[in-house]
Design a protein around this ligand. Structure first.
Ligand code: SF4
Ligand code: SF4
Length: 648
C-alpha cells in the first residue's frame, strides 16, 4: 500500500483546482453558484452563533439574523492575514495577500516577511519588477530548501535586495519607511514602493471561535482556585479519614470521647464530596479540576510507595499497611498496576500505530516495550529472581550469599543502567552487580547509542514505556517551541546531582564530609526518585504529554543524548532521520512528536534529525504519520536509506 500524492488523484465533483488560473476558477465557481441557485452573501461576516435547546442555531451577522439546522464553519485553516500595525498599512497600494503576480510589471515592489510566502512572492514578482524584501531577522531560518537556494541566487544576481534586521516604521504613498538595525545603531531608510505586500503569516480566528463556543485544544480556561481549594480539602479530609484505618488522629482528636470516629467519618464524607466536586467541574470543561484529580491520584499512589513509616502526609503511618493486600506489599501492587496500564494501553497503541497502519516498525516497538516491562521489570524482580535463588539456577555460591539472594530489587539493574537505576553501585552490592553495572552503563549503553541514538527511551525503558503506552493518547500535548526546548537544561542538572551524590556515597567512608552523602542521598531520593519520576510526570500526562520525565529530568536520557551528540560530531553516529523534498507542511509529524521537536521544520529544510540538534528518541512516530513518506531512517546520516521503514 502507499499513499498517492494529491496530484495523482483524479478530481471528483465539479470544484476542480488542478492547474487552473484564478480567473478560470472564479468563472467556474460563479457558474456552479448560478447552476445550483446558491444564496451566497459576501461582505457579511458572522458575529454571533447560539445553539438552541433543540440543537438548531441562531445566527447573527453584520446585516441580519438567521435560523439554521446546521452550521458549517469553513473559515480556512490559516485565518486572517497578520498585520504590522504600522501607520499607512491601510493605504490602497499595501496588500496582505498576493493574488495576481503577473499583473505587476516594471514597478517598485516592496515585500515584508521572512517566511516561505514572502520569499516566494518576492521571487515571483522579481521576474518583472524591482523588488526589495524587508525582514526583521538577521537571516532566513524557516525556508524550504528550494526557496533558500532560489533566494540566494536572486540576491547574488541582484534581482532582489534583502534588507535584513529591518522593521517597517510607516507606509506613505509611493514610499515605505523602514528602520534598519546595524548592530545596535538604528538608521531610517525610505524605499520606493508602487506596491507593498505584507506577508508575515496569519492569525487563527481565536476570538471568533471562542465567541461561538468552540474550545481550543489544550486551552486552560477558568480559574485554578476552585480546583486548588477542592484538592487541598480532599487531602485534609483524607488525613482525618485515615484515623479510621489506623492513622494518627489529627490535632489530638482522640482525647475527646468519640472524637476520632466522628472526625474520621466527617473526613470520609468531605473527601467524597470534594472528589465529586472536582469531577463535576472537570466534566464541565475545567481542566484545572482534572489536574487536581490527576495530582491527587499519583501523589497518593507514589506518596504511599515511599515506604512503610515514610509515607507522605496525609498517609504517614497508615497508607502503606492499608494498601498492602494479601500478604503482598504496596510496592508489589504498584508494579501490578504499572504493568497492567502498560499492557492495556500498550496493546491499544500497538493497534493504533502498528496494526491499523500496517507499520512493522511500530508493531515491533510496542511489542518490545510491553515485553521488557513484563520480563525485566515485573516477572524477574517479583518471581523469577526468587525462584532462581531457591532452585540455585544462579549457582550454589550466589544462591546462598545473602548479599545477593536477599536483594531481588537489584535485578532492575539488569536493564536499568546507572544513573536511572541510581542504587546499582550503592549499599554494598554483590560484586556481580558492580561488574554488570559498569559493563551496562559504560560499554553496552554507549555501543547501543552509537547505532540507535536514544532509542532505549522508546524501545526498552519502563519509564519511557509508560509514557509511550498510557501516555500515548496525549502525545500531541507535548510542549512545543523554543522556550520548551530551553527547559531541557533541567536533565543536565539532575545528571550533575546524580554524579555528585554517587561520588559522595562511594567515598563517604573515606571522606565523610559531615554527613553530606546521606543528606545528598535523601535529597536525590525525594526529588528525583519520588517527585520527578513518580508523581509529577504521570500527573502531567494529560496536560503535557507523556515525556515530561524523559525529556526534562531523566539523567540517563541526558547521558545518552551527550554520547549520541558526541558520535554525531565525530561523524560516526548511525542514527539519523532524513527527509526528501515531498513535505507538504501538514505539521502531523511535529504535532505527534512526544518530545516536542518541530520535525516539520527539519523536513522542510531537508535537514537530518539527530541528537546533535534535537532530543529525538527515535520512536519513529513522525515517520509513521507522514502522509507523504517524506521521512525515513538513515544509518549513515548522509543519504536517505529507509532501513526500517513501514511495510505499508
Ligand atoms: S522526531 Fe520523530 S522519531 Fe524523534 S522523537 Fe519526535 S516523533 Fe519520535
Ligand atoms: S508529516 Fe510529512 S508532510 Fe507533514 S509536515 Fe511532517 S514531513 Fe511534512
Amino acid at each position: 500500500m502507499g499513499l498517492r500524492e494529491p496530484d495523482d488523484t483524479p478530481p471528483k465533483g465539479k470544484l476542480w483546482l488542478d492547474g487552473a488560473l484564478k480567473e478560470d476558477l472564479i468563472a467556474r465557481w460563479s457558474q456552479i453558484i448560478s447552476e445550483y441557485g446558491l444564496d451566497v452573501r459576501t461582505e457579511e461576516p458572522l458575529t454571533e452563533l447560539h445553539r438552541r435547546g433543540d440543537g438548531t442555531f441562531d445566527i447573527k451577522t453584520t446585516r441580519g439574523e438567521y435560523h439554521a439546522k446546521k452550521v458549517i464553519l469553513a473559515t480556512g485553516q490559516r485565518g486572517n492575514p497578520r498585520t504590522l500595525g504600522a501607520p499607512g498599512e491601510d493605504l490602497e497600494q499595501v496588500y496582505h495577500q498576493l493574488y495576481s503576480p503577473t499583473k505587476y510589471h516594471d514597478e517598485d515592489v516592496f515585500v515584508v516577511g521572512g517566511g516561505n510566502s514572502a520569499v516566494e512572492a518576492a521571487l515571483t514578482l522579481s521576474k518583472r519588477n524591482r523588488v526589495v524584501l524587508s525582514y526583521r531577522g538577521g537571516e532566513f531560518s524557516r525556508l524550504f530548501k528550494d526557496n533558500r537556494r532560489q533566494i540566494d541566487e536572486a540576491i547574488a544576481a541582484k534581482r532582489i535586495e534583502v534588507v535584513f534586521n529591518s522593521s517597517v516604521t510607516e507606509f506613505k504613498p509611493g514610499v515605505a519607511v523602514v528602520t534598519v538595525d546595524h548592530g545596535g545603531h538604528q538608521a531610517e531608510r525610505e524605499i520606493p514602493m508602487d506596491h507593498g505586500f505584507v506577508l508575515i503569516g496569519a492569525e487563527l480566528p481565536v476570538k471568533f471561535l471562542r465567541s461561538i463556543g468552540v474550545r481550543l485544544e489544550n486551552e486552560w480556561t477558568a480559574s485554578p482556585l476552585p480546583a486548588l481549594a477542592l484538592t487541598t480539602i480532599l487531602l485534609i479530609a483524607v488525613w482525618f479519614a485515615g484515623a479510621l484505618l489506623g492513622g494518627p488522629a489529627p490535632f489530638g482528636l482522640g482525647q475527646a470521647v468519640g472524637g476520632v470516629a466522628w472526625a474520621a467519618w466527617a473526613g470520609t464524607t468531605f473527601a467524597l464530596l470534594s472528589l465529586g466536586g472536582l469531577f463535576t467541574l472537570g466534566v464541565r470543561g475545567d481542566r484545572w479540576s482534572w489536574l487536581g484529580v490527576s495530582f491527587f491520584a499519583w501523589y497518593s499512589i507514589y506518596g504511599i510507595k515511599v515506604g512503610s513509616g515514610s509515607e507522605f502526609w496525609p498517609y504517614r503511618g497508615w497508607g502503606y499497611e492499608t494498601m498492602s493486600f494479601f500478604d503482598r506489599p504496596w510496592a508489589f501492587w504498584y508494579t501490578i498496576l504499572y504493568t497492567t496500564l502498560m499492557t492495556v494501553f500498550g496493546v491499544r497503541a500497538l493497534k493504533r500505530w502498528g496494526l491499523d497502519r500496517r507499520d512493522r516498525f511500530q508493531i515491533w516497538r510496542f511489542a518490545s516495550l510491553i515485553s521488557f516491562q513484563w520480563v525485566f521489570f515485573f516477572l524477574i524482580p517479583e518471581f523469577l529472581f526468587q525462584l532462581a535463588v531457591k532452585h540455585q539456577w544462579v549457582g550454589a555460591a550466589l544462591a546462598s550469599d545473602p548479599q545477593f539472594a536477599e536483594q531481588a530489587w537489584r535485578s532492575y539493574g539488569i536493564i536499568y543502567a546507572w544513573p536511572l537505576f541510581f542504587y546499582t553501585f550503592l549499599y554494598d552490592p554483590n560484586m556481580i552487580w558492580i561488574v554488570w553495572g559498569v559493563l551496562l552503563t559504560f560499554v553496552v549503553i554507549p555501543i547501543f547509542v552509537l547505532f540507535n541514538g536514544k532509542r532505549y527511551c522508546s524501545w526498552i525503558c519502563g519509564c519511557g514505556g509508560l509514557a509511550e503506552t498510557f501516555g500515548d493518547r496525549w502525545r500531541h500535548l507535548a510542549p512545543k517551541g523554543k522556550a520548551s526546548v530551553r527547559w531541557e537544561w533541567m536533565n543536565s542538572a539532575v545528571l550533575v546531582l546524580a554524579v555528585v551524590v554517587t561520588a559522595l556515597m562511594l567515598t563517604r567512608d573515606v571522606i565523610g564530609l559531615l554527613g553530606a552523602a546521606d543528606r545528598g542521598m535523601w535529597v536525590y531520593r525525594i526529588i528525583a526518585d519520588v517527585w520527578l519520576v513518580g508523581i509529577l510526570p504521570v500527573t502531567l500526562y494529560p496536560f503535557m504529554g507523556g515525556k515530561v520525565w524523559c525529556r526534562y529530568w531523566c539523567p540517563l536520557a541526558k547521558m545518552m543524548g551527550l554520547m549520541s551528540k558526541f558520535y554525531v560530531k565525530l561523524g560516526i553516529s548511525r542514527f539519523h532521520i532524513v527527509a526528501n523534498d515531498k513535505c507538504i507542511a501538514c505539521n502531523e509529524c511535529s504535532r505527534n512528536c512526544q518530545v516536542g521537536i518541530d520535525v516539520m521544520q527539519y523536513a522542510l529544510k531537508q535537514e537530518p534529525i539527530d541528537n546533535a540538534t534535537s532530543s529525538c528518541i527515535g520512536c519513529g512516530i513522525c515517520v509513521t504519520v507522514c502522509p507523504m513518506d517524506t521521512l525515513s531512517y538513515s544509518t549513515d546520516g548522509t543519504v536517505s536509506l529507509p532501513v526500517l521503514n513501514a511495510v505499508s
